[in-house]
Design a protein around this ligand. Structure first.
Ligand SMILES: Cc1cc2nc3c(=O)[nH]c(=O)nc-3n(C[C@H](O)[C@H](O)[C@H](O)COP(=O)(O)OP(=O)(O)OC[C@H]3O[C@@H](n4cnc5c(N)ncnc54)[C@H](O)[C@@H]3O)c2cc1C
Length: 390
């Protein structure tokens, strides 16, 4: 058994780290100031500029197939890079990416939606959640009714990331109410904003925010169906599946950076004539954080590795998402405690992380949904205790 990275993996990971350290982290103080003024920490034009710079370093389309100009990296390397991105709280991501399910598009749709998304000329959002259907996504109600060559969409989606900025959405709608959405009753549509849906910003405890998308008699041509009629739920689950190992990968970077700050602080801050790091109470917080970070790392890398083996990654990804999201919340909480009052101020990014990471236990499958998946797999004998080594 070999737990080390290959020279190539290490080189790519280190180059990503260098880019984040040299090009993105210097923008952090300005991002914090802007966010305090309720402005985006990074403007879209600035993000695009950084992405173009990263392209010169060779980072473009981490998951994008080479025929579309991307790097087509194995999941393991994508995970390592998302960890590097997580080290900065500037809302940066490498460019040249598109939603994984846009590759189900036909050639015309690829020209209209996929290619401009990869190039950063168009912004997409993915919409399955509704006010009455989140964890129970199969209970969606947004309805699409066929009318000649069009479909007419009515209903509401909610909590849609990028919903306010997107110029098109991949929306999952009920096309056959006689079937469950998860059993062929739902279909995915590519819907331009110009076709008439509107968005309403939702205030959250995080920076930026998702949006509700409102559809009132929105006419969508039949040719805008993504994939097959009845395939909408399956595509939705594929979209969500990808985040299940990338979200915790990102969380790992946050936890590592935050713990590093706590260690520096514990080694410099003095109370009662001694460094606070000499107190066992704080040493235990540091030790527990380190152990949990390592435990999360191996769950995450195993999930990514499972993807690369071509095996069903759902069980491993659910464990990585559940544990990684919980881990980062516990670590950031301890890091705040170690910083005392300073940790609670907006001078430091800790309170920002504290707000940001809370979401990781909720979106793209709550903790409870991950537990449901993990236990159900075991109860029905689909997976064995001990995983692939069993
Ligand atoms: C900032 C943000 C961004 C998001 N981005 C997107 C996006 O881009 N696209 C999109 O489609 N959606 C998005 N979501 C929606 C997100 O995926 C849902 O909020 C999430 O799946 C939970 O659904 P819900 O909010 O309806 O909670 P509910 O499903 O109502 O759950 C409420 C609580 O009950 C628990 N619960 C529910 N059922 C069970 C059960 N059977 N057993 C045990 N516990 C249960 C849940 O775990 C949770 O604790 C986003 C959400 C947020 C907050």
């Amino acid at each position: 058994m070999d737990f080390s990275l290959t020279d190539e993996e290490r080189a790519i990971r280190d180059t990503a780290r260098q880019f984040i350290t040299k090009e993105v982290m210097p923008l952090e103080q300005e991002a914090l100031l802007r966010e305090r003024r309720h402005q985006p920490g990074l403007e879209l034009s600035e993000l695009r500029e950084l992405q173009q710079k990263a392209k010169k370093f060779g980072f473009w389309g981490l998951s994008t197939p080479e025929e579309y100009g991307g790097m087509d990296l194995p999941a393991l390397l994508q995970s390592l890079i998302w960890t590097e991105v997580g080290r900065t709280f500037v809302q940066f991501k490498f460019g040249g990416e598109a939603d994984n399910i846009l590759y189900y598009a036909n050639e015309d749709q690829k020209r209209e939606f996929l290619l401009p998304t990869i190039e950063g000329e168009r912004i997409s959002c993915f919409a399955i959640t509704e006010p009455g259907a989140g964890s129970d996504a199969a209970n969606i109600k947004l309805r699409a009714v066929r009318d000649g060559d069009d479909w007419v969409l009515n209903g509401e989606k909610t909590f849609i990331t990028n919903g306010n900025d997107a110029d098109f959405t991949i929306v999952v709608a009920v096309t056959d109410p006689s079937k469950k959405a998860s059993k062929g009753g739902a279909t995915a549509f590519l819907v331009d904003k110009s076709m008439g849906w509107r968005s309403e910003f939702i205030q959250t405890m995080g920076e930026g925010g998702p949006a509700s998308l409102i559809f009132e008699d929105v006419r969508v041509p039949h040719r805008n169906i993504l994939g097959e009629i009845g395939q909408g739920f399956e595509l939705g689950m594929k979209w969500i599946g990808k985040g299940r190992y990338l979200i915790p990968s990102n969380a790992l970077g946050i936890a590592e950076r935050a713990l590093g700050m706590a260690i520096d602080y514990a080694n410099t801050r003095e109370t009662f004539g001694a460094k606070i790091g000499t107190n066992q109470a704080l040493q235990w917080m540091i030790a527990d954080s380190e152990v949990e970070i390592e435990a999360a790392r191996w769950l995450i890398l195993r999930a990514a590795w499972t993807v690369d083996q071509g095996w069903d990654p759902r069980h491993a990804s659910s464990m990585a998402k559940l544990y990684g999201a919980g881990m980062v919340n516990r670590v950031v909480d301890r890091v705040m405690q170690i910083h005392g009052g300073m940790g609670y101020t907006r001078e430091l990014p800790i309170e920002r992380w504290y707000r940001q990471v809370r979401l990781m236990r909720i979106y793209e499958g709550t903790d409870e949904m991950q537990r449901l998946i993990i236990s159900r797999d075991l109860l029905r004998g689909y997976t064995k205790i001990g995983g692939h080594l069993a």
